[in-house]
Design a protein around this ligand. Structure first.
Ligand SMILES: Cc1cc2nc3c(=O)[nH]c(=O)nc-3n(C[C@H](O)[C@H](O)[C@H](O)COP(=O)(O)OP(=O)(O)OC[C@H]3O[C@@H](n4cnc5c(N)ncnc54)[C@H](O)[C@@H]3O)c2cc1C
Length: 386
C-alpha cells in the first residue's frame, strides 16, 4: 500500500536491495524493539542482550568491509539507521557508536592485530565498543583535551576523564583519544584495565533507552600495542565523527517519519467538534508543512548518500545534512506532539519521546551551532568558531 507521507516517491531512488535491507531492519525492530520501547525509555534501560541480535541482522559495522562486517554501501547503511531511529534514537545511537565510531576507528586506524582481535566480535555484537573524545571541560573544542598519555619505556600511562560516552558503562573496549607529546593519539582500553572506571550517568531526560557514562583513567598502563598506529592528530577522531554524522542525517528522517505517522493516525481518529481533528485546516497546514520538510530531508539524505558512495562527499555537506535534518526532525516531533494534545505527553505515543531524544542528537556529533559555523566557513572562508 502506498505510504501517504511519501509525497515524492523516494523509494524509486533506491535499489531493490536497499529497499529489502530497509524492510528487514524495520521488521526486526517491529518484532523485538518497538513493543518494549516505552518500558525501556521509562526505566532508562538499554537491553545489552540485543547486541548479538543486531549483529545477526548485520547492522553493526554494516558499511565496513571485511572482518565479519556486512560491507554494504552508504545508502543501505543510512536506511538501516533511518529505521533504527524511527524506533528510538537510542538504538540508532548504539549502532552508530558501535559501527561508525568504535569499529570505524579500529578499521581505519588500527593495526592488523587490533582489527583481527576486535572487529569480528564487534560485528557479531559479542563485544561492545565506545568512543571517548568529549571531556567534562571540552566538548565542542576537543583540541583542548586534558586526557594525556605519556610514554614509560615501551608502555603508555593514561590519565584523564571522558564525559557523555555512549555505551561507556557496557563497553568491552573503549577507543580513547588523548594528548601526547606527538599530538592527539588514539588508544584501545579494554574493560577491567586497572585504573579505568566507567560510571553510568543517571537522570537523563533524553536518550533514556541508551546508556551514557563518564570514564576515568588514573595511571592506566597500556602496552605499545594498545595505540592505534595510523591515527595521528585530531583529524583522526574527527573523521570518525564524520562517519557517524552520516548515520544521523538518515536517522533523523526516521524519527520524524514515525512522529508524523503517529500524528496522522491519531488525527484521523480523534473527534472534536464532531469531526476528526485531521479535518481542521490548521491541522492540515501542520501536516502539509511537516510532510514537505520530511520529504526534503529524505531527498537530502539519499543525495548525500550517493555522494558518499561516489567517494566525493565533503565535510560541510555532511554538516548541511546533519544541521537540516535534525533541526527539521525536532520541529516535526514537537509539532506532532501538539496534534496529540494531552495524550502527546504520554509514553503511549512516540512524538515527545522522539523530541526528547532529538535534543541529544541536536547536540552530539557537533552541535547545530558548530555545524552552522562549518557551513559559514565554507561560504565565507572565515572560521568563526575560534
Ligand atoms: C546523550 C549523549 C551521548 C553522547 N555520546 C558521546 C560519545 O559517545 N562520545 C563522545 O566523545 N561524546 C559524546 N557526547 C558528547 C557530545 O559530543 C558533546 O556534548 C558535544 O560535542 C557538545 O559539547 P558540550 O556538551 O561540552 O557543549 P559545549 O561545547 O560546552 O557547548 C555548549 C553550547 O555552546 C555552543 N558553542 C560552543 N562553542 C561555540 C562556538 N565556537 N560558537 C558558537 N557556539 C558555540 C554550543 O553549540 C552549545 O550550544 C554525547 C552527548 C550526549 C548528550
Amino acid at each position: 500500500m502506498k505510504d501517504p507521507l511519501d509525497l515524492l516517491d523516494i523509494p524509486s531512488l533506491l535499489t531493490d536491495e536497499e529497499r529489502e535491507i530497509q524492510a528487514t531492519v524495520a521488521r526486526f525492530l517491529a518484532d523485538h524493539v518497538r513493543p518494549n520501547l516505552p518500558e525501556w525509555f521509562e526505566n532508562a534501560h538499554f537491553p545489552r542482550e540485543i547486541a548479538p541480535e543486531l549483529g545477526k541482522l548485520g547492522v553493526l559495522g554494516m558499511h565496513l568491509k571485511g572482518y565479519g562486517c556486512a560491507g554494504t554501501e552508504a545508502v543501505a547503511y543510512g536506511l538501516a539507521c533511518l529505521e533504527l531511529e524511527a524506533a528510538d534514537s537510542g538504538f540508532r545511537s548504539f549502532v552508530s557508536v558501535q559501527g561508525s565510531l568504535a569499529m570505524y576507528s579500529i578499521h581505519r586506524y588500527g593495526s592488523e592485530e587490533q582489527k583481527q582481535e576486535w572487529l569480528p566480535r564487534m560485528a557479531a555484537g559479542e563485544a561492545i565498543g565506545c568512543f571517548g573524545l568529549t571531556e567534562p571541560d571540552f566538548g565542542s573544542n576537543p583540541a583542548g583535551m586534558r586526557t594525556r598519555a605519556v610514554r614509560d619505556g615501551e608502555d603508555w600511562i593514561l590519565n584523564g576523564a571522558k564525559m557523555w560516552i555512549t555505551n561507556g558503562a557496557i563497553a568491552d573496549i573503549a577507543t580513547v583519544w588523548a594528548a601526547t607529546e606527538e599530538g592527539v593519539r588514539g588508544f584501545l582500553v579494554p574493560r577491567g584495565t586497572p585504573g579505568f572506571e566507567a560510571r553510568e550517568i543517571k537522570q537523563k531526560l533524553s536518550l533514556r533507552a541508551s546508556t551514557t557514562a563518564e570514564l576515568s583513567f588514573a595511571d592506566v598502563r597500556l602496552p605499545a600495542s594498545a595505540q592505534l598506529p595510523e591515527a595521528r592528530g585530531l583529524g583522526a577522531p574527527l573523521s570518525c565523527l564524520n562517519e557517524a554524522r552520516f548515520g544521523i542525517l538518515f536517522g533523523a528522517v526516521g524519527a520524524a517519519r514515525d512522529c508524523l505517522q503517529t500524528a496522522l493516525a491519531y488525527g484521523g481518529e480523534r473527534i472534536q467538534f464532531d469531526r476528526p481533528i485531521s479535518g481542521f485546516q490548521l491541522t492540515q497546514q501542520k501536516f502539509a508543512d511537516m510532510a514537505v520538510s520530511l520529504n526534503n530531508a529524505a531527498l537530502l539524505a539519499v543525495h548525500l548518500g550517493r555522494l558518499k558512495e561516489q567517494g566525493r562527499i565533503r565535510p560541510e555537506q555532511v554538516s548541511v545534512g546533519k544541521l537540516n535534518n535534525v533541526r527539521e526532525a525536532i520541529a516535526i516531533a514537537r509539532e506532532c506532539r501538539t496534534i496529540l494534545g494531552a495524550n502527546g505527553i504520554s509514553l503511549d505515543y512516540s512524538p515527545l519521546r522522539h523530541a526528547n531524544n532529538l535534543e541529544s542528537v541536536l547536540t552530539y556529533e557537533g552541535t547545530s551551532e558548530i555545524h552552522t559555523l562549518v557551513i559559514g566557513q565554507a561560504l565565507t572562508g572565515i572560521p568563526a568558531y575560534r
